[in-house]
Design a protein around this ligand. Structure first.
Ligand code: BGC
Length: 374
């Protein structure tokens, strides 16, 4: 077993930090165990990817593998992730688990991996435009979008707890945010959300005063909190300065939600939902957003249990390394432009204020302290 990553998640956290700090990922010491698995994660600016990386490393270590875990700092301009994955291949990785920054940005590396029979597992984000991806583990991304839009409609009162129309005809004003368009998930979230909102938009129960109902206009490049704040500020200045009320914001990710909420709070619309803060959705149950949900600033988040996703990726990796095939439960949804990628899908759940304790604390995802304000 790798001496750096031997003793569970706490040690793994330290080891991952070591790999990433100081002399940097590229000068990492040579692996010591029987085989090395390369784990490429997109960024540390989002809590979820940090814990995904740690859980993956812990699971692989427990199975006796060394782990080369690298974070790409969301960088595409400098090709950082491509360089990292190339270094993993050159360093003799037996298998790669990749959550891409840019889904279509690793073509050369995937080709090199295929040429050396290195299995590649796409982790949460589909690897696009390449036949060098063998397996995909993810959550039901369309269902995430459906959950976000349903929660938005529930929050403003247009549908009930079961998602059925309440008969409230509004009209309610909403604005729409999408994720980063080089991430296939952003498109799936949007599709699920827009299919859910469509009947209410068509009937005029829900309106988008900015008219920005195309994904390109709603994009948040790199899922950036700051860009979301900027866009929300400019939407408020352009379309709400005359006193038009904003009732809801469809947000695909908690960081984007917090950007929008910051703009809304600065605009004097906050601070609490009951006092006029629009209903804002989210995703990932990030601690900072769970606190905002407790504080009634953010309405909901979609929880994806990344522990289960990491377990599924580790199981798939071990299946390949032991000469077998991983479990698949979807062979029809994830066409990456070149091939239909065999997929293992996990479910998602919406977390409202009242669900926090049961879903996030009782399950051990967070301690109460981690999501308590103050
Ligand atoms: C993931 C989301 C995450 C987003 C931003 C997406 O690919 O599926 O869980 O919120 O990236 O990191």
């Amino acid at each position: 077993m790798n001496r750096r990553l031997a003793a569970g998640a706490a040690v793994v956290g330290t080891a991952a930090a070591l790999v990433l700090s100081g002399c940097g990922a590229d000068e990492e010491e040579a692996p010591s165990g029987a085989g090395t698995i390369g784990v490429a994660m997109p960024t540390e600016t989002s809590e979820r990817w940090i814990s995904d990386g740690q859980t993956l490393a812990a699971g692989l270590e427990e199975a006796g593998y060394d782990v080369d875990l690298r974070y790409a700092g969301d960088d595409t301009a400098g090709f950082k992730q491509a360089d990292q994955v190339q270094a993993m291949i050159d360093g003799g990785a037996e298998l790669l688990i990749i959550a891409a920054v840019d889904g279509a940005g690793l073509g050369d590396q995937l080709k090199a991996a295929a040429a050396q029979d290195i299995p590649v597992i796409a982790y949460d984000r589909l690897l696009l435009e390449s036949d060098g991806v063998d397996h995909y583990v993810t959550f039901d991304n369309y269902a995430v979008g459906v959950a976000q839009a349903t929660s938005l409609l529930q929050g403003i009162g247009v549908v009930d707890d079961d998602g059925e129309p309440t008969g409230d005809e509004g009209p309610y004003n909403i604005e729409l945010f999408a994720g980063s368009l080089d991430d296939n998930n952003a498109h799936m979230f949007w599709e699920g959300a827009m299919d859910t909102l469509a009947p209410y938009l068509e009937d005029g129960v829900v309106k988008v005063p900015s008219g920005q109902t195309e994904i390109v206009a709603a994009e948040t490049w790199r899922w950036s909190k700051d860009l979301a704040q900027d866009r929300m500020e400019s939407l408020l200045a352009q379309f709400y300065a005359d006193g038009t009320e904003l009732d809801g914001v469809l947000s695909p990710y908690d960081g984007v939600s917090r950007g929008a909420i910051t703009a809304l709070a600065l605009d004097g619309l906050g601070p609490k939902i009951a006092d006029g803060m629009p209903v804002v959705t989210g995703q990932d149950a990030e601690a900072a957003s769970v606190k905002l949900i407790r504080e009634k600033m953010q309405y909901s988040t979609v929880f994806k249990d990344t522990r289960l996703l990491a377990d599924a990726a580790v199981a798939a990796a071990l299946a390949y390394l032991e000469g077998g095939e991983p479990e698949v439960n979807d062979t029809e949804t994830y066409d990456n432009g070149v091939k239909m990628v065999p997929t293992y899908l996990l479910g998602v759940s919406t977390v409202n204020r009242g669900d926090i304790d049961e879903v996030l604390v009782d399950s051990g995802y967070y301690t109460d302290d981690e999501i308590t304000v103050g």
